[in-house]
Design a protein. Sequence first.
Length: 419
Amino acid sequence: MSSESNRQRHCRPAAESEMALAAKSHHSNGEVTHDDENNDNEEELDDNVIFADGFDDQNMERPSFTQPSQHPTIPMVLSEPGVKPVIQIPATINRYLRDYQRDGVHFLYQHFSKNTGAILGDDMGLGKTVQVIAFIAAVLGKTGTKADVFYQFMDGKTGGKQKDSISKISDTVLIVSPGSVMYNWKEELETWGHFKMGLFHGNTKEDTLQRTLRGRLDVALTTYETMRNHLDDVNKVQWLAVIMDEVHRLKDPKSQITVAAKALRAKRRYGLTGTPLQNKLEEFWCVLDWANPGSLGKSKTFTREFDKPIREGQTYDATKRELALSRKKSKNLQDMIRKFFLRRTKDLIANQLPHKDELVVFCPLTSFQEDVYQTLLQNPDVELITKKNFPCDCGSGVDRGKCCYKVNTIECAQYTVTC
Ligand SMILES: [Zn+2]
C-alpha cells in the first residue's frame, strides 16, 4: 500500500473529528469547565463550507514529514472523560510521539488544568521541545490541519479571539528562552503546527505586544534579557502560560533575571531543563519556587529542613544518626517534588529510544599522530606495560612484569596502549 493511501485511510476521519472538537474548544483558554450544552456542535460544522476550494488538507498538515509515523493518526485526549471542552494532542503530532513524550505532555496538562506550574527535566535529546509544542497545541485547541488556518483567518476578520469573561486571561503562551535558541523555537513551532507567532524582541516588541493584547497571537517568543529589561510591557498581559527554556538560569534568587521571572503575570509556569539540579539544593529550591511559588516553603525553612541535614549526611565523617536523618529527609524531598518535577534519563527510557547503529571505520594515522604514538611507546612507564609478558632479561625465565620490572597497575592505568 502506498503511503499516500495509507495516510488518507487513517487521517481523514481523525482530522474531521478534530475539527469538530476545535470548533468547540476554540476561543477557550483551556480552563476545564463542565459544560454539557452544545454537545452536538459537530453537526453545525459543514466540511464543504469551511473548506471551500483551494485547500488540500493533506498538504496543509503539520508536521508533514516524509518519514511515515509508527503510530496510527489519532489524537490523544488529555482532559478527563466527560469534561468539555475536550483537550487533546492533535493526531498530526501525536502520531510522531513516543510513549514517554505522551506522558510528559499529560504531566504538563495536568498542572495546566489545576493552574499550577511544573518542571520538565528530561535529559538532553529526549524531545522536551516537541512535548511542549504538543502541550501548547492541545490547550489552544489546534488540529494541525487547515482548520487551524481557517480559524486564524476568521480571527483576523472578527477582531480577535473572544476573551474568557471570568478569568481575563489571554489566549497567548509566552516562551522565554536564551537568545541563541529563540529562532529554533520559532522554527520548531512552524514545523509542528499552525501557530500565530510574534517575537517580543528587537524592533517587533511593540507590535507583538499589541497583537497579544488584541488576542491575535497563539505564542509570543522572547529572551531572558528582553523579559528582564521590558518587564512592565510583558506584564501588560496576563499570560495563559509561560514556558521558560533552560530554566536552571533561575537558580540564583538574587539575580535580576530570577526576580523578573518571579514577577511574571502567569500562574501556569513551566520550566525546561536538561541539567541535573538536585546536586545543589538551594538552586533547586529557587527554580521550583519560580514554577510553584511557596511549594517548598520559604528559602530559610527549606535550608534548615532539607538542605542542611541532607548535606551533613553526605560528609565523610557523618555519624550514623546524621546519615539516617539525611536519607530520610532526602526521601521526603523526593516525595514532595515528584508531583511537579518530571525527570527522565536516557537510561530510564532506553527501551523507547531508537536502536543505535554502530559503524566501525578503520583509518590510518596521519604522520603527526604516528609520531605521537611512537613517542608514547618509548616512554619508560609505557614500556613496562607493553613488555610485561616478555621473558625477563635476568634469565629467571619468568615474565618481566612478575620479576624485575613489576608494574604498578594503579599508576600505569593512565596509559591504555595495546600492542
Ligand atoms: Zn628478572
